[in-house]
Design a protein. Structure first.
Ligand SMILES: Cc1ncc(C[n+]2csc(CCOP(=O)(O)OP(=O)(O)O)c2C)c(N)n1
Ligand SMILES: [Mg+2]
Length: 471
C-alpha cells in the first residue's frame, strides 16, 4: 500500500511537471470543444481519464469532509493517478467489436458526382484541382513506364502506386511544403507533387551518379532534403516512432508545421506502429499518421492481419483523434487532410487517418498477386473505383478539364518519362569508392581492407562485374 501511494505521488509530480511543460509550450488543446465529449456513452467525461485534467479531482482532505453515501459521485469514482475512473456495480466486459463499423467519409460517388445530402463546402480552387489531376495522371503513367522498364531489364526493381493515386496526391496538396514527410514506400506521388522531377526519379531507380543516394539503395528508396521528404527505408513501420520524434522537435521549436507519415495496413502489425502512436499521443506531437489500408500486405489479406474494425479504432485506444476516409475519393482525402493538418498544428496533437483503398498493382515487381487474389476483385477496383477516373469526372463536370487537354497531357508525360529514363541510363554510375564513403570521416582499417579486396577481385574477374561502374 505504502509503495502504491509513493508511486502514485511520483506519477502525480510527473504529471504536474507535464502540466507545466504544456503551459510553457502554450498548448491550445481544448477539451471543451472535443467531439468525443457528447458522443461517448461509456465515459462520462474526458476529465475521468485524461492526465491533463488529473487535478480536477478532489484532494483527500476534501473527500473526508464529504458524505460517505454510495450516491455521492466522489465515492462512485476511483481517484486514480491520471484522473478519476467511474465505478459500476454492473460486471460488463467491453465487447471486442461494436455492431456498426466506423463509417467512411466521402464526398464523391464512384461517378465523380457530389453525393446527395452532403454538407461539402468547396475549399479547393480550380488551380489546385487541375494540378492534382495532372499529378495523379503523371504518377499513373510514370508507374506504368517504370514498371515496363523493369520488365525490360533496365531497372532492377519497382513498386507502383496503382489505385492509391488519390491518397498520394490529394494528401500532398492539402499540406504545406514545410510539413515533413516520413514515407513507407508507396507514396512517391507526394514527392512528385512537391516538385521532384521525373529525371530525379529515374536517376534514383537507375542508381547513377546523379542519384542523391549515390546508387547505394534499391530503386524506389527516394529521399529529398529540398522537399522535406525523409528517405524511404525498407524495414516496415520504422518511420512511425521516428515521425513522433520529428514532430516533437517541431513542437519544441514552435514551428508552424507538422509531420506526416504514411504506412500500410501491414505496417500496423509492427510494434513500431504502437510505439509511434503512443509516443505521439503522450507527447502531444503534431503528426498525422496516414494509413493506406489497401487490403493486402503482399499476400496477407487484412482478415489475417487484425481482428479489429480496421485501423481507425486503434487511434482512440491511444488517445488520438481519428477518421476513416475513402482513399479513392481525392476530394475527401484533400478535405480530411486539410482539417487534420489544421488540428495537428493549431492544437498540437497527433491525428490518425485510415484511408480505405486498394492496391491494384502487384506488391512489387517481385510479386504476382493473381496467385493469391481474385481477378474480379482487382478489376472492380481498377475499373469501378479508379481514383483518377473519379476525380477526372468531377473536374470535367466543373468545366475545368477537357478531352483535348487530356490527350495532350498524356502525350507529353509519356515523352518526358521516356526521356528521363534514357538520360538516367546514359548517366555514369557512381565510382566504386562511393561505396565506402559518407559514414566515417576516416574509414576504419576493416573498411579500407574491404575496398582493397573488392578492387583486387574485380581486377581478377572483370567479367563478373558491371563494366559501367568506374573502378
Ligand atoms: C520489418 C519488416 N518486415 C517484413 C518486411 C517485408 N515486407 C515488405 S513490404 C511488406 C508488406 C507491407 O504491407 P503494407 O504495410 O500493407 O503496405 P503495402 O505494400 O500494402 O502498401 C512486407 C511484409 C519488411 N520490409 N520489413
Ligand atoms: Mg497494404
Amino acid at each position: 500500500m505504502a509503495i502504491w501511494f509513493s508511486r502514485s505521488r511520483n506519477i502525480g509530480s510527473q504529471l504536474q511537471k507535464c502540466m507545466k511543460t504544456r503551459e510553457f509550450l502554450g498548448s491550445q488543446t481544448s477539451w471543451t470543444s472535443s467531439p468525443f465529449q457528447s458522443s461517448s456513452s461509456n465515459v462520462t467525461s474526458p476529465a475521468l481519464f485524461l492526465p491533463n485534467l488529473r487535478f480536477n479531482s478532489s484532494t483527500i482532505s476534501e473527500k473526508q469532509l464529504t458524505s460517505d453515501s454510495d450516491d455521492d459521485p466522489q465515492v462512485q469514482s476511483l481517484d486514480f493517478p491520471g484522473g478519476r475512473v467511474p465505478y459500476t456495480s454492473e460486471m460488463k466486459f467491453i465487447w471486442e467489436s461494436s455492431q456498426n463499423r466506423v463509417p467512411c467519409y466521402r464526398v464523391l460517388n464512384d461517378n465523380g458526382e457530389l453525393i446527395r445530402n452532403n454538407n461539402f463546402q468547396q475549399v479547393m480552387s480550380k488551380e489546385i484541382a487541375v494540378k492534382m489531376y495532372k499529378d495523379m495522371l503523371t504518377l499513373q503513367i510514370m508507374d506504368n513506364m517504370f514498371y515496363e522498364a523493369q520488365r525490360q531489364g533496365r531497372i532492377s526493381f519497382y513498386m507502383t502506386s496503382f489505385g492509391e493515386e488519390a491518397i498520394n496526391i490529394a494528401s500532398a496538396a492539402a499540406l504545406t511544403k514545410d510539413d515533413i514527410i516520413l514515407p513507407q514506400y508507396r507514396e512517391h506521388g507526394v514527392l512528385l507533387h512537391r516538385g521532384f522531377t521525373l529525371l530525379e526519379f529515374a536517376n534514383q531507380c537507375l542508381g547513377n551518379k546523379a542519384d542523391y543516394g549515390k546508387g547505394r539503395q534499391m530503386p524506389i528508396h527516394y529521399g529529398s532534403n529540398k522537399h522535406n521528404y525523409f528517405n524511404v527505408s525498407s524495414p516496415i513501420a520504422t518511420q512511425l516512432p521516428q515521425a513522433a520524434g520529428v514532430a516533437y522537435s517541431l513542437k519544441m521549436e514552435k514551428k508552424d508545421a507538422c509531420v506526416v507519415t504514411y504506412f500500410g495496413d501491414g505496417g500496423t502489425s509492427e510494434g513500431d506502429f504502437h510505439a509511434g502512436l503512443n509516443f505521439a499521443a503522450v507527447m502531444e506531437a503534431p503528426v498525422i499518421f496516414i494509413c493506406r489500408n489497401n487490403g493486402w500486405a503482399i499476400s496477407t489479406n487484412i482478415s489475417e492481419q487484425f481482428r479489429s474494425d480496421g485501423i481507425v479504432l486503434k487511434g482512440q485506444a491511444y488517445g488520438i483523434r481519428s477518421i476513416r476516409i475513402d482513399g479513392n475519393d481525392a476530394l475527401a482525402v484533400y478535405n480530411a487532410i486539410h482539417a487534420a493538418r489544421d488540428m495537428a498544428v493549431r492544437e498540437q496533437r497527433p491525428i490518425l487517418v485510415e484511408a480505405m483503398t486498394y492496391r491494384v498493382g502487384h506488391h512489387s515487381t517481385s510479386d504476382d498477386s493473381t496467385k493469391y487474389r481474385a481477378l474480379d476483385e482487382i478489376d472492380y477496383w481498377k475499373m469501378s473505383r479508379n481514383p483518377v477516373s473519379i476525380f477526372k469526372k468531377w473536374i470535367e463536370s466543373n468545366g475545368w478539364w477537357s478531352e483535348t487537354e487530356e490527350a495532350e497531357l498524356r502525350g507529353n508525360i509519356r515523352k518526358e518519362v521516356l526521356q528521363a529514363i534514357q538520360v538516367a541510363e546514359r548517366t555514369e554510375k557512381p565510382p566504386l569508392a562511393e561505396l565506402f564513403s559518407d559514414v566515417y570521416d576516416h574509414p576504419p582499417r576493416n573498411l579500407q581492407e574491404q575496398e582493397k579486396q573488392l578492387r583486387e577481385t574485380i581486377n581478377r574477374n572483370p567479367q563478373n562485374y558491371p563494366s559501367d561502374v568506374p573502378v
